[in-house]
Design a protein around this ligand. Structure first.
Ligand SMILES: NC(=O)c1ccc[n+]([C@@H]2O[C@H](COP(=O)([O-])OP(=O)(O)OC[C@H]3O[C@@H](n4cnc5c(N)ncnc54)[C@H](O)[C@@H]3O)[C@@H](O)[C@H]2O)c1
Length: 341
C-alpha cells in the first residue's frame, strides 16, 4: 500500500476507534460511602473529574450536603448528589455500579490498624448489609481499615444475604503500590511515571509485600540493603504519615489518589477496556490463604483473573512465609466478627 493510503487507513481506523469508544461508553454510577471524611472529600473531587462517571453519589452520616454542593459546581459531566444518614442510604446506593467505602475512623498515633477493628468492623457490616439489599451487583472497593479484616467481613455479610460474588469484592491496596512506585523511583533514580511494582499479601505492616524483584524498569543500582529498606518503608508508609500528621489522622490525599486510580480501573474493566491490571486484596487461591492481594485482571464482571505471584527473590519468599500467620489471623478475626455479631 502507498504510504499516503496507509496513513489514510490508519487515520480512519483511529477515528473509528475514537468514535466507537465514546459512542459505547455506558452510564456509570459511583457511590462513595464516608464521602465527607478526610479521604472521602478528595476522592469525591477526583471521581467528579473522571469522565467515565455519569452519576456520583456522596453518602455520609454527616456533612454530605456541603461536600456535594461544593463538588457539584465543577463543570464536568458527572451528576453529583449528596445523601446523609441512614434514611437516605438506600437511594444513595440504588443503581450503583461501583461503591467505594472510606467510611470509618482513621488511625491515630500509637494506634495499630487492629485497634480500629471494633469501630470500623461495625460500620462496614452495616454498610455492606445495605449494599446487599440495594445494589447487590455493584463492585465494592473497600478502603476502611483494617482491610485484612473488613474484606472478609464484607464477604460474610454478602454470603449471609445470598449476594456474594467473589469477583466483585476488592480490598483497596493501591496505596501500597503507589508508595512502592514512588519510593523505588526515588531510590533507583528512574522517572516515576514509568515505574511498576506489584505489591502482594495484605494491607498492614509485614503483610504488605512489595515485589521489587519484579519492578520495572529493573535497576542494578539497588543493593540488598536498599531493597530491604524500601520494603520496610513501603510497609511503614501509613505510620510515616500518621506520625507526620501528629494526631490529625492518617493518609487522606495519597489514599484518595490511590482510591481514584483503583476506581477508574474498575470502571474501565466494566466498560470492556482490555488489559486492566491492578493489585487488590481479593478472594484468592494464589496461596493457601482465602484472601490475598495480588495482581488482578479487571473485566466486565469485576475480577476476570487473579494473577499468580511470578518468581520471587529469596528475600520475598521469606517475607511471604512470615506474613501468612498474621494475615490469616486478621482474616479469621473478620470472619468471626461477621458470624458472631
Ligand atoms: N486502604 C487504605 O490504604 C487506607 C489508607 C488510609 C486510611 N484508610 C482508612 O480509611 C478510613 C477513613 O479514613 P479518613 O481519614 O477518611 O477518616 P475520617 O474520620 O476523616 O472520615 C471517615 C468518614 O466516615 C464517616 N462515617 C462514619 N461512620 C459512617 C457510616 N456508618 N456510614 C457512612 N459514613 C460514615 C465519618 O462521618 C467521616 O466523614 C479509615 O478506616 C482509615 O483507616 C485506608
Amino acid at each position: 500500500m502507498r504510504p499516503s493510503l496507509l496513513r489514510t487507513a490508519s487515520q480512519h481506523l483511529r477515528r473509528r476507534r475514537d468514535y466507537s469508544s465514546s459512542a459505547a461508553q455506558p452510564e456509570r454510577k459511583v457511590a462513595i460511602l464516608g464521602a465527607a471524611g478526610g479521604i472521602g472529600q478528595p476522592l469525591a473531587l477526583l471521581m467528579k473529574l473522571n469522565p467515565l462517571v455519569s452519576s456520583l453519589s456522596l453518602y455520609d452520616i454527616a456533612g454530605t450536603p456541603g461536600v456535594a454542593a461544593d463538588v457539584s459546581h465543577i463543570n464536568t459531566p458527572a451528576l453529583v448528589k449528596g445523601f446523609m444518614g441512614d434514611d437516605q442510604l438506600a437511594e444513595a446506593l440504588q443503581g450503583a455500579d461501583v461503591v467505594i467505602i472510606p467510611a470509618g475512623v482513621p488511625r491515630k498515633p500509637g494506634m495499630t490498624r487492629d485497634d480500629l477493628f471494633k469501630i470500623n468492623a461495625g460500620i462496614v457490616k452495616g454498610l455492606c448489609t445495605a449494599i446487599a439489599k440495594h445494589c447487590p451487583n455493584a463492585l465494592v472497593n473497600m478502603i476502611s481499615n483494617p482491610v485484612n479484616s473488613t474484606v472478609p467481613i464484607a464477604a460474610e455479610v454478602f454470603k449471609k444475604a445470598g449476594t456474594f460474588d467473589e469477583k466483585k469484592l476488592f480490598g483497596v491496596t493501591t496505596l501500597d503500590v503507589v508508595r512502592a512506585k514512588t519510593f523505588y523511583a526515588g531510590k533507583a533514580n528512574v522517572p516515576v511515571t514509568g515505574v511498576n511494582v506489584p505489591v502482594v499479601g495484605g494491607h498492614a505492616g509485614i503483610t504488605i509485600l512489595p515485589l521489587f524483584s519484579q519492578a520495572t524498569p529493573a535497576s542494578n543500582a539497588l543493593s540488598h540493603e536498599d531493597l530491604k529498606a524500601l520494603t520496610k518503608r513501603t510497609q511503614d508508609g501509613g505510620t510515616e504519615v500518621v506520625e507526620a500528621k501528629a494526631g490529625k489522622g492518617s493518609a487522606t490525599l495519597s489514599m484518595a489518589y490511590a482510591g481514584a486510580v483503583f476506581g477508574d480501573a474498575c470502571l474501565k474493566g466494566l466498560n470492556g477496556v482490555p488489559d486492566i491490571v491492578e493489585c487488590s486484596f481479593v478472594q484468592s487461591t494464589v496461596t493457601e490463604l482465602p484472601f490475598f492481594a495480588s495482581k488482578v485482571r479487571l473485566g466486565k464482571n469485576g475480577v476476570e483473573e487473579v494473577i499468580g505471584l511470578g518468581e520471587l527473590s529469596a528475600f520475598e519468599k521469606e517475607g511471604l512465609e512470615s506474613l501468612k500467620g498474621e494475615l490469616m489471623s486478621s482474616i479469621e478475626k473478620g470472619i468471626k466478627f461477621a458470624q458472631e455479631s
